[in-house]
Design a protein around this ligand. Structure first.
Ligand SMILES: Nc1nc2c(ncn2[C@@H]2O[C@H](COP(=O)(O)OP(=O)(O)O)[C@@H](O)[C@H]2O)c(=O)[nH]1
Ligand SMILES: [Mg+2]
Length: 426
């Protein structure tokens, strides 16, 4: 003899299951109405539970009415008695017990429980979706505020999302209540995401620096500023002998522009047309000068052919040349990312951000550089030659951020910059 308990939505279903398993070798002891299929008290449905035993000696007995609304079918098996069991008051659920039941039922392929399981799965997904991401209305207000100021500063959507995810990972719900502490950490993470270019300590002579980038971003102006930094000498460093070379001698005004800077600073300028020209010019001055600065014609980053031509021309500078990409701080983050990518074949060492004075938002720059893993070397912040240029510092970017409470002493302590490295004109 073997006892069994069978559950189904209706009494008929119960009996069908029992017959499937035991043929007519069963005796039903009693049945009762139950709540079934529930999981953690959710999604339970009304059902019937039948208890009985199997035996070879079938006791013929009375047939009685089931309480589930389904009438018990004819007496193939045997029913001993039917208890008019009341609907059970909901007992506190034993999680493990419930789980076992649900899994066992699912393994038996019970369609009801399959449905319940799928509902549970959906619920679980919803809970998880809320834990990560979630809609902003359900989020902690601190997250909302941080998201707002990141957006205000033009940080890219993926950059913002990274920061928000990191806050959720690293701050408890309780710690989130301390907004100032959270924003301090965020400021620190932003600072950590800025990569500063480290110059080679040992420079070859002549040191060759070339600037590429889109049209009008300030390449020629920046070349003139750099020429002044090195040619006039600053921060107690001796003036170097500097020569400027431009590949942009044929556009109206371009020659006059760089020539004017050359004249003011008493630094010579050479004009080159092609690869051979450039190679010859560099060779010609290699012995006599400490530094060669190469200005190029601005190229639309979308003009792949022209970019290719320019790359070939610049190959004349040799593999030791330092190529820098100049981009304007006023460029949208998505465009910046694209420019950084399109100039990739030049193998530029670092990025110079120009026109920082023309925007109060720097999130676009920080996001794009960080997403492409590019370092920043200089920033320029005005048209004045030579004074509007600085070595990039993390502090400079952080104090420019809108909406953050910046404790300058604190961030200077966290991201110290080498004073001796700074450009000073006195
Ligand atoms: N506001 C501002 N203007 C700049 C800066 N650098 C260059 N410019 C201006 O941008 C314009 C284009 O500069 P230019 O050097 O000819 O750009 P290029 O085409 O890349 O060589 C000129 O009017 C410059 O004075 C900067 O840092 N800030
Ligand atoms: Mg130019």
């Amino acid at each position: 003899m073997e006892y069994f308990i069978e559950q189904a939505l209706t009494y008929t279903e119960c009996l069908n299951k029992i017959r499937m398993k035991y043929g007519d070798r069963y005796t039903i002891l009693y049945h009762k109405n139950i709540r079934m299929g529930g999981f953690l008290g959710l999604f339970a449905k009304d059902g019937v539970e039948v208890t009985g035993f199997t035996s070879n000696n079938i006791i013929k007995n009375v047939n009685s009415l089931a309480l589930s609304g389904a009438s018990p079918p004819g007496p193939i098996g045997t029913q001993v008695f039917t208890s008019p069991a009341p609907v059970e008051p909901r007992k506190p659920l034993d999680f493990e017990e419930e789980k076992k039941k649900v899994i066992a039922a699912a393994n038996r392929g019970d369609p009801t429980l399959q449905m319940v399981l799928s509902e549970v799965r959906t619920l679980k997904e919803k809970i998880e979706a809320n834990a990560v991401g979630g809609s902003s209305s359900e989020e902690h207000p601190t997250l909302g505020r941080i998201e707002e100021i990141l957006t205000l500063n033009d940080f890219s959507p993926p950059y913002c999302q990274n920061i928000l995810d990191r806050i959720k990972r690293e701050f408890s719900l309780d710690a989130l209540n301390k907004y100032e502490a959270v924003q301090d950490r965020v400021l620190e993470w932003i600072g950590e995401s800025i990569i500063l270019y480290k110059e080679d300590k040992f420079q070859r002579r002549p040191r060759i620096m070339a600037l590429v980038g889109p049209t009008g971003v300030g390449k020629t102006t920046t070349i003139a500023k750099l020429a002044a930094i090195f040619g006039i000498g600053n921060s107690g460093r001796r003036p170097l002998s500097v020569r400027m070379i431009t590949t942009d001698a044929f556009r109206i005004g371009a020659k006059a522009q760089i020539e004017a800077y050359g004249n003011i600073m008493a630094l010579p300028v050479s004009y080159v047309e092609d690869y051979d020209d450039l190679k010859k010019t560099i060779a010609q001055y290699s012995d006599g000068v400490d530094m060669i600065l190469v200005d190029t014609i601005g190229k639309s980053p979308r003009d792949a052919v022209k970019l290719g031509e320019m790359k070939q021309l610049l190959d004349a500078c040799g593999t030791q040349a330092e190529l820098y990409l100049a981009v304007a701080a006023t460029t949208k983050s998505s465009d910046l990312k694209e420019i950084l990518r399109q100039f990739e074949p030049f193998n530029y060492r670092s990025v110079i951000i120009t026109k920082l004075d023309e925007t109060i938002r720097v999130g676009n720059v920080i996001s794009a550089l960080s997403e492409r893993g590019k370092s920043i070397s200089y920033i320029t912040d005005g048209q004045k030659v030579p004074s509007n240029i600085q070595k990039a510092t993390i502090v400079r970017f952080l104090i420019n951020l809108e909406g953050f409470h910046v404790n300058r002493a604190q961030i200077e302590g966290r991201f110290p910059s080498d004073e001796a490295e700074q450009i000073q004109w006195r």
